[in-house]
Design a binder for this molecule. Structure first.
Ligand SMILES: N[C@@H](CCC(=O)N[C@@H](CS)C(=O)NCC(=O)O)C(=O)O
Length: 322
């Protein structure tokens, strides 16, 4: 077997150089009626996120789309992560922790489980009542925010409608495996073979989605659902970061007419552009992964104008406004 290079996360590496992401550690469920033991209440929970992180970005988006900004607080960590992990500091687009005065996100993990030894990840939903993390699973948090706080919002948006659930689950898996996590498996691979496997399945899936999106405005028709937003967070980072930093360079998103138009449509949904912080995204990735970019030079590009109308309205008859 060829020698395997040094890994970004050595505990999450297979013997043949593949990146195998750790499981989420905290997966309690908040319920509207409190049957899970944790009741949805306004002002009780707080999201710790990074603008840079695609998984955290998903929860920021659902919090916004469901108009939960006044119901669930949010604090953004410094995009630069050193060996002490995510930190709360004042700076452009990020701040100290107003809830617990934590210096590091690790403090929240250790308050919840003093023996926690995994990676400290965002997003985290913190329960101010119990002084513990409820969940650090973005998958679960998207679903929780989608329904369990409905009593406290005027939004009737359902990102996971019963009639689409089977297809959402199927597509989520395909897109997670090949695209959302696929870019990381390409970027964090430590063997040529593992890298090529991830890169080829990534671009085969993007090619497939390009065809799907030539017929429909969004993945399920007229309205973006959960899967669209799960895909969005990867597409929006693609040309700025994954194309260069993670060597996903067969094509850029601008080279796909349908995917690029679709990306712009999602970006132009009310209130979404302000959740996209390219400064945090670029500085985070290019500064944090020392093994991939030891010089920490942040590329200046790409030049792109995500506000250009897509002209994709003709693909749909009924576009719901949020
Ligand atoms: N919970 C997410 C993963 C979250 C995650 O890995 N977040 C990254 C940022 S993009 C992180 O916090 N990494 C911390 C680290 O690598 O030390 C999942 O469902 O896969």
């Amino acid at each position: 077997m060829p020698e395997i290079a040094k890994a970004q996360f050595p505990d999450e590496q297979s013997t043949d150089g593949e990146f195998l992401r750790q499981q989420d550690a905290f997966r309690e469920w908040i319920t509207a009626d409190g049957r899970s033991g944790i009741r949805a209440e306004p002002g009780r929970y707080h999201l710790y996120v990074s603008w840079a992180c695609p998984w955290a970005h998903r929860t920021i988006i659902v919090r916004h789309l469901k108009r939960l900004e006044d119901v669930i607080g949010m604090t953004v960590v410094d995009p630069i992560r050193d060996d002490r992990g995510w930190a709360f500091r004042d700076g452009p687009g990020h701040s100290k922790d107003p809830i617990n005065g934590f210096q590091f996100l690790a403090d929240a993990y250790l308050a919840t489980d003093p023996s926690y030894s995994g990676r400290i990840t965002v997003p985290v939903l913190w329960d101010k009542r119990t002084g513990k993390i409820v969940s650090n699973s973005d998958d679960d948090l998207m679903r929780i925010l989608n329904v369990e706080f409905n009593a406290f919002t005027t939004s009737d948006l359902d990102l996971y409608p019963p009639e689409n659930r089977a297809e959402i689950d199927r597509l989520n898996e395909l897109i997670y495996e090949n695209v959302n996590d696929g870019v990381y498996r390409a970027g964090f691979a430590t063997s040529q073979n593992a890298y090529e496997k991830a890169a080829f399945s990534l671009f085969a899936t993007l090619d497939h989605l390009e065809t799907v999106l030539s017929r429909r405005r969004y993945l399920f028709g007229d309205v973006p659902l959960e899967t669209d937003w799960r895909l969005f967070v990867t597409l929006i980072r693609f040309d700025a970061v994954y194309h260069g930093h993670f060597k996903c360079n067969v094509r850029r998103i601008v080279d796909y007419p349908n995917l690029y138009g679709y990306l712009r449509d999602l970006y132009q949904v009310d209130g979404i552009a302000v959740t996209v912080n390219f400064d945090h995204i670029k500085r985070h990735y290019y500064f944090t992964h020392d093994d991939i970019n030891p010089t920490r030079i942040v590329p200046v590009g790409p030049a792109q104008n995500l506000q250009i109308p897509s002209g994709r309205e003709s693909l749909s008859s009924d576009v719901r406004k949020y």
